[in-house]
Design a protein around this ligand. Structure first.
Ligand SMILES: Cc1ncc(COP(=O)(O)O)c(C=O)c1O
Length: 461
């Protein structure tokens, strides 16, 4: 929880420290600079995905082992980025390396089902309480297909999402994400805004966003859409928002969403690409005790290999089984990815693993809270399962509006540079959180708290 009367942080001091830290990081990463010069000649902007961009150059990595990564300059870091929250297993986990080696030697792709896929589906059905599964190769594919299934099942076209949430890079969900605060519009009638160029206006108009943690606003918008003959096919949402730092659902909110969507005949999709297998064995469904009609998984599922999954009730998935929806893909259920997923589920991310992750995260959150209290910083630590962050805001963030209005961008950017120079590898970007792995130790999280404490001291000296 945010402090009642935090100190006023001097913006000029933040900017001066950020400048010093940037110069220091640049001096420590000349090989990344050289790699960037080479890469940009053939890779657009020198990266494989625009989310890997960074000024003046990205930090290029060489290898990872357990809870650490090493960059091309030989700098070793505790990895709290963990591949955008994918590597809850830690890097090169022996069980996954063994499974992948064995599968590689037995053929890696047939476009026919191998036993691993059946085993993974059985285990996911058990963990998420959903009867039927299909596999894909990324989170974007999972949300794209889930939405199509929901549209086919309901015979409706409108997609409802949470304003500010990210669900991948296909057109239907690249709407109302990171937009300037002034353009959001009326809270009851939030604007549908494209996220970047190339998205047809007609597609954007089919996606309608509502604020997180406000079931009343959701239901009122649903009723207006119904009166316009545009009732939503689905509500696609993260049960806990994972791209504004971490924003937890307020007590009762998810239950209300479940009840409202059921009453209006809307398919409720929990997008668990970030939460699933990262915050509990059965993801957000288990953690928050609310059962959606569908879930989407990716990231942690593949233990470092590209994969994704869609789970649904028997009823919703009937439109796949009767052939009305073509849920397809050459690499779906790829044996290599499925071998990694199976090893991960059976040997690494077991229920016991989440007890340890919870305990480690508690230690990290408590350590950060102690630093905040000691230095009276405007912020708070928040997290769940393997995920967490320090949110620099004098008030609790509950949705996109409060995030945009209150998050201290300068402090957030300084924290990233500060961490990088002290061996803490964090996801760049003001919206991100840390992800722990089962290989992280008390030493790793204490290093994080130590670096944070030093930054707090430098800011308030
Ligand atoms: C909640 C959520 N859904 C979907 C996606 C898209 O996943 P991918 O990048 O694997 O396509 C992401 C990616 O960050 C995500 O956080």
């Amino acid at each position: 929880m945010a402090l009642q009367s935090p100190v006023q942080i001097d913006e000029r001091r933040v900017a001066a420290l950020a400048q010093e830290e940037l110069a220091r990081l640049n001096a420590r990463t000349p090989r990344s600079g050289a790699m960037f010069e080479r890469a940009r000649r053939t890779l657009s902007n020198g990266v494989a995905s625009s989310y890997q961009l960074r000024d003046p150059w990205p930090i290029y990595l060489d290898c990872g082992e357990g809870p650490t990564v090493t960059d091309v300059d030989g700098n070793r870091y505790w990895d709290f980025h963990n591949g955008f929250g994918s590597m809850v297993q830690g890097h090169a986990h022996p069980a996954i390396v063994r499974a992948v080696r064995e599968r590689a030697g037995a053929g890696t792709h047939f476009a026919a089902v191998t036993e691993e896929t059946v085993v993974v589906a059985e285990e996911l059905a058990r963990r998420f309480g959903l009867a039927r599964w299909r596999f894909v190769n990324s989170g974007s594919e999972a949300t794209m297909d889930a939405i199509r299934i929901a549209r086919a099942f309901t015979g409706r076209e409108t997609v409802m999402k949470i304003f500010g949430s990210y669900h991948g890079h296909h057109d239907a969900v690249m709407v109302s994400i990171g937009v300037p605060y002034e353009e959001i519009g009326d809270r009851e009638e939030l604007a549908s805004l494209p996220y970047g160029a190339g998205i047809p206006a007609a597609v954007v108009a089919l996606t309608v966003a509502v604020p997180f943690n406000d079931a009343g606003a959701m239901e009122r918008r649903i009723e207006r859409l119904e009166s316009e003959d545009r009732a939503p096919a689905c509500v696609i949402m993260e049960a806990a928002m994972m791209n504004l730092g971490v924003v937890l659902p307020q007590p009762g909110y998810l239950e209300q969403v479940r009840e409202i969507t059921a009453r209006h005949g809307i398919v409720l999709i929990f997008d668990e690409v970030k939460t699933g297998l990262a915050i509990a064995a059965g993801g957000a469904c288990e953690r928050f005790g609310v059962q959606p009609d569908m879930v989407t998984l990716a990231k942690t599922l593949g233990g470092g290999l590209p994969s994704g999954a869609i789970g649904g009730s028997e009823q919703v998935m009937s439109v796949v089984e009767d052939g009305s929806v073509y849920q397809v893909g050459t690499y779906n259920g790829n044996p290599l990815a499925m071998a990694a997923a199976r090893a991960s589920l059976e040997e690494v991310l077991t229920p016991d693993a989440y007890r340890d992750l919870d305990a480690l995260n508690e230690r990290l959150l408590a350590g950060c809270e102690e630093v905040i209290a000691r230095h009276r910083l405007p912020g708070y630590a928040v997290g769940v399962g393997s995920k967490g962050c320090v949110t620099f805001s004098p008030v609790p963030i509950v949705d996109y509006e409060t995030f945009k209005a209150n998050q201290d961008v300068g402090l957030t950017e300084l924290a990233w540079l500060w961490n990088m120079n002290r061996g803490i590898y964090m996801t760049p970007g003001r919206e991100e959180e840390w992800t722990l792995s089962v290989t992280h130790t008390e030493e790793a999280v204490d290093a994080y708290v130590q670096a944070f404490g030093e930054m707090a001291a430098a800011l308030t000296a």
